[in-house]
Design a protein around this ligand. Structure first.
Ligand code: ACO
Length: 428
């Protein structure tokens, strides 16, 4: 294969280098396109064909259904690693030794107290506020309580910012849920593992001891690992682009949380459950909703189906489907919503509309089902996604800053009015 691409514009040929990734992905390097062609740019709404960066964190192949963090397959990581280990791997590039992991966890625990004044901010939100709005605001507020900007030339400052947010974020997540449920805002328990502590902070009732359930620990560990990174998705690209202006880590993360909120991205897990509940309320007729999903005049889409990059299957969905069956079986849960989910899944997998368009259940189809079984309120599902995605956002932000990437600033093709004279108000 040649190592350059040739572009011909108005009879003039321009050469651009091809660059190859470590998995043989090929990209045309158009960094000099504008200067070489006297102002020509590319246009690619939704960035379906545009690589925004070179990255050594996550590899995914949507056609083959491959997802790897730092070279390790998601299947192996979900089976053998725990979430904190995966967080370390994503952020620092290698699996930690026991000593490195212990140090990492101990440094996180040192920062696990959130300034008590943040409780006043939590208090000011209405109980009805969407938890993603609350979480995004609280994460942004952390900036005010930790104002020092991160000097990326200082390993120590980078590390401190990272362990701080890994420590405080689960507390903010728990407070977001407790605010909604009218429960006290507590701090975690330093004696527990990272995931056990999250479970206790979420589910401990003020008047009883919290008893850990190994099935839930295992399921949450897996869910968080599966969501931990997914290369340049909408929220990650947001974190990188906000961080590219040298905004701080917490501010960049807060923007990422807002991006994740939307129903076409992280909000899909909430949308899945709401859709299942609506189908149940409407008599449980899945065929009717399959018909709506296929009708081009109907805006309804089957939530939890389809993916921008996975066009054969979502490898995370395979792992999580198994975990969902285990959790539901072990907890002995019977739920009509789950029967509707199973019915829809079966029908969609056999329907030519979905088969032809390669629309398969994605990770969010099953994650919502597990979160519901665990007792997490539906509008908290996307918050749980954010908790899992945190290490990925941090890793991508750190990589972007260490590589000293330029500020993100796309161009456009202007299609508005050309120059015209101002009209006085009376003449309009
Ligand atoms: N239900 C019904 N039809 C669908 C669905 C769906 N869920 N998803 C895609 N299609 C159809 C489209 O109408 C289109 O049909 P056409 O070719 O006849 O016009 C075709 O499949 C291709 O769809 P696009 O929207 O072009 O695919 P794209 O890659 O842009 O979108 C997306 C991917 C946004 C995930 C889409 O499949 C969707 O909206 N799914 C439902 C929401 C969802 O589950 N999002 C979670 C994604 S996973 C995550 O963020 C972690």
């Amino acid at each position: 294969m040649s190592d350059k691409a040739i572009l011909e514009i108005n009879g003039q040929k321009h050469e651009f280098p091809l660059i190859k990734g470590s998995e043989d992905e090929v990209a045309i390097d158009i960094k000099n396109l504008r200067s070489a062609t006297n102002g020509v740019i590319t246009i690619d709404p939704g960035y379906k064909n545009t690589g925004a960066c070179e990255s050594a964190i996550t590899f995914l192949d949507g056609e083959k259904g491959i997802l790897r963090y730092r070279g390790y397959s998601i299947e192996e990581l979900a089976e053998k690693a725990d979430f904190l280990e995966v967080a370390y791997l994503l952020i620092f590039g290698e699996l930690p030794t026991q000593e490195q992991l212990d140090q990492f966890h101990s440094d996180i625990k040192k920062h696990s107290v959130v300034d008590d004044d943040i409780k006043k901010i939590v208090d000011a939100f209405p109980r009805s506020a969407h938890p993603m709005g609350v979480l995004s605001s609280l994460t942004s507020a952390l900036t005010a309580f930790n104002p020092s900007s991160v000097n990326v030339d200082s390993e120590e400052e980078m590390y401190n910012a990272i362990v701080r947010i890994l420590a405080k974020f689960p507390v903010l997540v728990a407070w977001t849920m407790h605010k909604k449920l009218g429960l006290p805002l507590d701090y975690g328990d330093k004696n527990l593992g990272y995931v056990e502590n999250i479970l206790k902070m979420l589910f401990k009732q003020p008047n009883e001891e919290y008893v850990q359930n190994p099935i839930l620990i295992n399921a949450l560990d897996k869910l968080l690992i599966l969501h931990a990174d997914h290369e340049q998705n909408c929220s990650t690209s947001t974190v990188r682009i906000v961080g590219s202006s040298h905004a701080g880590l917490f501010a960049s993360l807060s923007a990422g949380i807002s991006a994740l909120w939307g129903p076409l991205h992280g909000g899909a897990n909430q949308a899945v459950l709401e859709m299942l509940e609506a189908i149940k309320a409407d008599g449980g007729d899945t065929k009717k909703y399959m018909g709506k999903a296929k009708d081009k005049d109907d805006p309804f889409r089957l939530m939890g189906f389809g993916h921008r990059v996975y066009k054969n299957f979502d490898p995370r969905a395979k792992i999580i489907k198994k975990a969902a069956d285990e959790v539901l079986g072990d907890l002995g849960i019977e739920d009509p919503i789950l029967d509707i989910a199973k019915g829809l899944e079966k029908e969609a997998l056999e329907d030519m509309y979905f088969v032809d368009r390669k629309l398969y259940p994605n990770v969010d189809f099953y994650s919502g089902i597990i979160y519901r079984a665990m007792g997490i309120p539906t509008d908290m599902f996307t918050v749980m996604f954010a908790l899992g995605r945190l290490p990925g956002w941090i890793a991508q932000w750190r990589e972007m800053r260490l590589r000293k990437e330029p500020i993100g600033r796309p161009r456009q093709v202007y299609v508005g009015e050309t120059l015209r004279s101002f009209k006085e108000r009376k003449d309009r």
